[in-house]
Design a protein around this ligand. Sequence first.
Ligand SMILES: Nc1ncnc2c1ncn2[C@@H]1O[C@H](COP(=O)(O)OP(=O)(O)OP(=O)(O)O)[C@@H](O)[C@H]1O
Length: 864
Amino acid sequence: MASPEQEAAVAAAVVEDVMRQQGGGCGGSGGGGDTVGSWRNLDIAWRKSEEAGNLHLLMQLSINRGHLNWCFLWFEKCSNKKVVEVPSDSTVPADGTALCAYQYFENVRNFLIGLQDLGLPTFEASDLEKGGQGVRVVDCVLALKLFCDAKQVGKQSPFKYGGIVKPLSAKYAIRKNNEPFMKTTPDSIRMLVQTVLSDKKPEEIPSVVESLLSKVINEFERRIASQSELVYSLLLPTSQFLLVDSTQVESTSPSDLEEATENIKMDEVEKNASSLTEDVSTLVPAPLSNDNVNKHMPKPVRNFDREQKHIQDLKSNMSTVKSCMEQLKLLYSEDLKKLGDHLRIVSHAASGYRKVVEENRKLYNQIQDLRGNIRVYCRVRPFLPGKVSSSSSVAGIEDRTITLMVPSKYGKDAKKSFTFNSVFGPLATQEEVFTDMQPLVRSVLDGFNVCIFAYGQTGSGKTFTMSGPKILTEEGLGVNYRALNDLFNIQEQRKDTICYEIAVQMMEVYNEQNRAVCSTAMNDRSSRSHSCLTVHVQGRDLTSGTVLRGCMHLVDLAGSERVDKSEVVGDRLKEAAHINKSLAALGDVIAALAQKKSTHVPYRNSKLTQLLQDSLGGQAKTLMFIHIAPEPDAVSESISTLKFAERVATIELGAAKSNKEGGEVRELKEQIACLRAALARKDGDHESIRSTQSSPDIYRMRTGNASPASRHPIEDGSIENDSALGDLAEHSQFGSSNSLSELGPDGTQDLAFYQRSSPEQQWSWSGSVATEDSDDFEVATNCSSELDCVRPSSAPKASGLTNGGGSAARKTQLKGAKSSDLRVNPAKRSSPLQKKLSAPSPTLIKKSGAEGKKTPNGKTGTKK
Ligand SMILES: Nc1ncnc2c1ncn2[C@@H]1O[C@H](COP(=O)(O)OP(=O)(O)OP(=O)(O)O)[C@@H](O)[C@H]1O
């Protein structure tokens, strides 16, 4: 019974054979004709056996005899081995008649050995007989056939059956399908058919054949379908693999397999390359203009590309913005640089302008100095705590100009401006104020006479400027303290070149002669007296021997007041009257001085003007410091103060002179003094001179031990020259215990640096106090200067006075002596600042008022 596999194989072989024949006989060369012939023979045998009803016999015969001869020939041709002893062309009969038995078996044996040598499947000789295994014979013949076919195409690889072949690429599959599916021959088909039908009963053969035919038809259909699939797959762009059925595998030679493997590798490489390209194309951004490329990309890739494009756009935008920013930065930096340059130029110009302004001011001051103008400074007090007002009488301060709001009767306020040497606003500090006047203060060390006096209505800040606030702090120190401190510092700095001696004197003019304690409604700390701190300086140049003398008055005037406003009565009213009177006298003096042609200057009208005579009329450097209260109700006083200051500023005193005298001049002066003394002796007035030089009273006066009577104020209130002289006698005391210790008991030795054993100088101080003339006040308060010493008008007067005024001098010395003096020995004094802060006031050290309470500047304060 034929197995289904056998039937399938037969069907496949038949189909293959038909197809091969339709393909124009592309079978093995040389064998084609034979195969066709065999097929015909088989066909004839088939029909004959059909007719005879013995197909099995026919197949047996065909294989055993005629076709086996063909096998021998194939074998010989393929293996170059001899199977048939006799030449084939002579041994093989054309009609297929059988060889003799011996030779036949000998040929079969040779054939089987040859097959074995080639490794081909063999069979037993008995298989050729009836009842043998014809299948083995058929297998053997088929294997031989395939071997020969392979040999003919030049492939020597050992033949192999079976096995599963890897899927082939489409190209390879197509090529393979274009080749004959199976190198079958009609003989082999015939053998197959014979094998299939060999064990069939005759009545079964039709059904088997029918089944075979149906299988052939199926095989055809399957082949056509697979061909269609192949064609279809060929049309597909993707490379796909086709599975090759077992028959294909069987028909594939090892070399084909190698080639197929190579092709597969190539295909894999190509595929990998193409997939790699695809991968790369997904990674590398596609050109933005190529839309076709984007269309074929998968969606995520397209999204990615879009995002990437956006990123690229952003990047390019960012780089554009960045470059713009860089340009802007560049422009800005250039602009800034230009601006900086402009600013530098402007600031340079501004500083230049400031310098020019400062220079102008200095030049202006120098011109004023040359002219001998009285300098005028103005300071505006801030509003007092708790009395801050929204409106101020001061409309503005600009550089050296102050503008006041002047109330008008007609409703509209007018502004009035005043220009002075310096104007300080309410915020100006004590230091700023002092710094401005510092050069003036220092000039006293160069031998100049200096006078600084504070002027203004009561409560406008005079004492604050000159001394400081009630509670003293370092920042609050006023001009007096700072000036002394500065002078002491310079004295220390110059000690190697110049030997300075500095003496300080405090004077007070109260009610022209009286001292009293009172207060006003305008200022609860009001100073009701004029106080004057005088600093005497003598310097000796250690190299040249030149002597410098200078003195400085620092005057804090009592405040002017309108009695109707201050509501004072009684003594307070009397005080105010005296103050106003003395200030009016000052105004008269100023007015006289302002009229340059005026010959008479009424200095003697008040002790204040007598005190300031030398500063206002001499060759001193004078500074008037006016003070303004900002309160609107004080505007009228402020205006009158400012107008008064304007007049003062016009006064030309003449260029200040330094009090310097060289060694020769000094010697000559001493000689003159000696001659004068000799002349006086010759005139027989020895007594008078001696009494002047060595009077115990004078000695007492110099040592500060004036008669207690002199401390009593004169109560009569009369303004007399005598009383003034009494006051001034005390004021004229110079020399501390230090300097006075240098004096002998008779007072003939040097009285500090002012006397220096010079009769002339002794006159300057002691002689002057002996006169009854009110000019004594002038002399006593004048700084000791060359001018003072040689003034012709004063000298005879002094001499005359000394001649006969001894008792009078003594008398006046006892009158109303109120002063304090302080001689400072630089070697023994403590540091200036220490001194400043530890000692409230020179006045407080040396003198305390009998009734009044002294303010820090030595003025007689008033208390309500
Ligand atoms: N520049 C200033 N800064 C702060 N406070 C000031 C200033 N000037 C003055 N004062 C204050 O104003 C008040 C009056 O000042 P001050 O006593 O100095 O006036 P005065 O002109 O001396 O008055 P009088 O003539 O009555 O003595 C004081 O309390 C003082 O501290």
